[in-house]
Write a protein that binds this ligand. Sequence first.
Ligand code: APR
Ligand code: PHB
Length: 403
Amino acid sequence: MIHQTQVGIVGAGPAGLLLGHLLHLHGIDSVIVENRSRDYVIDRVRAGVLEQGTVDLLIAMGVGERLTRCGLRHNGLYVSFQRRRHRIDLAELTGGRAITVYGQNEVVRDLIDARTGTGRPLFFEAEDVSIDGTDSSPVIRFRHEGGEHEVRCDYIAGCDGFHGICRQSVPHGDLTIYERTYPFGWLGILAEAPPSCDELVYTHHERGFALFSMRSTSVTRLYLQVPPDEPIENWPDDAIWNEMRTRMTAADGWAPNEGRIIQKSVTPMRSFVAAPMRHGRMFLAGDAAHIVPPTGAKGLNLAASDVLVLARALRGFYDQGRTDWLDEYSDVCLRRTWRAQRFSWWMTSTLHRFPDDGPFDLQRQIADLDYLTGSRAAMTSLAEQYVGLPSEVSFESAGLSGG
Ligand code: APR
Ligand code: PHB
């Protein structure tokens, strides 16, 4: 079967779904092709911090109803070291901006519902997805329910994540790869326990980093720094709670509430950028082009800002025939990407213990955190980056009102 469309989108993660909906709002047609099932995409547990700008974008796009109702707005966060928690008042330091805790899988669920409501095509469980013709006449080919499909389009959006095919289809030598892997991973759990603090707690500890977060008023989300590729079997529930208590219990007695663990997994940590984010008529967006370690909570937010820039560029092309915004796409996105890379690297290296670190490094990290939590200038720097630096593309120029 042959499908003719304006933009062929590979991947129905946050990037692909957000782009599809932004294009729909501009009257631009798209076909989204995803190789996993709908349930898999919705149930996949990922990060959960939305920057102010991401929240504003989802609301301006008309997909913020459940987010406004169920998202948890946080005006601050805690940084804990030497067993003391220090609050950083994000809202006060940034003129009222804040973050919202709302699971990425909830964002994906809302966007799939919105897509379904538009009646525009979204194929799940597409097999053998391949792309071709990015130099002239792009096509996406795949099999679906036994039939062969071909999507013929003006442009391809490669929104297929870090392991996707789009970036890999760019000829060797046309992309520059910047990469750093970290000598640790994060063991993450979801526990049936009401959060014992209503804001996030980033904890530095001699035994390694720990993070307290949440998903709702009854579910706590926690992370522990562990060796990379640590088998999850090494961590029975009791061992996880012991280690959480050791790292997180503060001098004032604060500790996470404990409960039944309903999900656990280990994620590797990496910083990665592929440049440029365009090859001919294909644009890369989100994790397909860049990965940040989760410490800065930037992954989903970067994906959202990429697609806002891409949607503006495609709208400019279809409405006015202009190609300058398409030409600028990669540079505009990479500038923000590198700022987020720098911030995520700094948060990661300040809060984690590295295998080669000695006593000097420990004292240097403590001094860094001491300075951070004692200086309004340092806290403001963290706060403005954590809630999200201003976007280079206004909602108005992207065809949305507000923001
Ligand atoms: N064909 C079709 N779809 C594919 C293919 C393929 N060959 N390969 C991967 N995909 C799909 C994945 O199944 C996934 O649903 O592409 C989607 C990519 O989604 P994400 O990995 O969530 O990436 P992205 O949309 O860029 O969102 C970035 O996701 O990884 C998190 O924390 C990260 O928050 C960040 C966000
Ligand atoms: C999460 O809640 O999953 C979360 C929060 C903050 C981070 C990373 C993940 O930095």
